[in-house]
Design a protein around this ligand. Sequence first.
Ligand SMILES: O=C(O)[C@H]1O[C@H](OP(=O)(O)OP(=O)(O)OC[C@H]2O[C@@H](n3ccc(=O)[nH]c3=O)[C@H](O)[C@@H]2O)[C@H](O)[C@@H](O)[C@H]1O
Length: 441
Amino acid sequence: MASPPDTSKTTKLERYNSYIRRVNNTKLLAASSKLLFRVTLLVALVLIFFFTLNYPPLSDNPHHIHTTQNFLSSAFYGGGNNWEKKVRHSSTPHRPNGFSVLVTGAAGFVGTHCSLALKKRGDGVLGLDNFNSYYDPSLKRARQNLLAKHQIFVVEGDLNEAELLSKLFDIVPFSHVLHLAAQAGVRYAMQNPQSYVSSNVAGFVNLLEIAKAADPQPSIVWASSSSVYGLNTQNPFSESHRTDQPASLYAATKKAGEEIAHTYNHIYGLSITGLRFFTVYGPWGRPDMAYFFFTKDILQGKPINIYQTQDDKEVARDFTYIDDVVKGCVGALDTAQKSTGSGGKKRAPAQLRIYNLGNTSPVTVGKLVSILESLLNVKAKKHVIKMPRNGDVPYTHANVSLAFKDFGYKPTTDLATGLRKFVKWYRFLYTTHKEEVEGQV
Ligand SMILES: O=C(O)[C@H]1O[C@H](OP(=O)(O)OP(=O)(O)OC[C@H]2O[C@@H](n3ccc(=O)[nH]c3=O)[C@H](O)[C@@H]2O)[C@H](O)[C@@H](O)[C@H]1O
């Protein structure tokens, strides 16, 4: 007969094991509490660091542009079926052979108008914008709401967030990128030079790096600037004229962008088209631009400065109405050839273009003010002063025959007509007729 199991031994062993388990559990508990405490401390420190980084607010520190959202957005973009669904839905075309376009700077002035125009004709449009505080972010939010009403989703993030951009290209095989995100403004470059380098140079390179590695590679259309003509004295400005004498850092970074575009076209076969915009204005415009803040100041009875050249000549600009510029952007997208590379390798030479998008008839700033006076029915308090030496050029004047030849670009809006539309929008915006404002675009 088999002897019964030695229960006394088993019981001792079990008791011992259970003792060891209890000791281990206690140690584990102590260790995990310590770990939890450290992790919590670390998270708290990281949060304090980021929130401290974004203070003081812009009004206290004009050299800092807020992009708090960037950190927050990059923490969230990694996941979420809902987020991916919105990205896919927004960028899916709704016409045969429609484009799938990533519009950077979509909550900006030109970005909003172009996004709406593309969506309207059935292209898929996904926006990207960092909603920085260079000018009133609530205007950007209003534009974002307008885009949302038209089923355009704007991803909140910065051009320099490589992981975010890669993720977007992983989700969507974009056929085109309309790259309008930039640090704009000629005179602000003296206050915050680094923001120009960060957006217009580093951000552009980051975007091109992602685009060259994408499969398929998208065709790229991007915003350069009339300011690249700098000290050029040949008139009207043609694409073949000198652009190696920029008068501002803004202009220099846009010119750098044109050279960078050449490099990525040459090495990787990216199809790239640069558009030199000439002082674009209109509804939903930028409050940092003269026509916009002149309107505000005239209505508030505040004085405005009208610049003159050092030799007392009037300053003039080839002011270009937004609808004309949108037509130019769409024309450039429609005629952009496919990129020729894949997997980061060039297969054949690719298209590289540059065009002026101007109005072809410069108007003096004095004339701009007198048009505003009659539209607003208020006399401006004018201070005529010498143009500060801050990067401004005395005049701009576009020759657009190249854009006309290649995609039928033909501006049709004179300054008085365009300003009338702007003033109508401006009055609505500031008298809370939001619905009507949104109906205008
Ligand atoms: O074509 C471009 O590539 C650029 O266009 C725009 O720059 P600019 O042509 O300088 O426009 P904007 O500031 O509206 O000044 C208009 C006129 O008012 C004069 N001006 C300005 C301010 C002032 O207080 N007084 C004044 O006379 C001033 O001397 C100028 O003659 C965009 O902002 C820029 O981002 C870029 O896109």
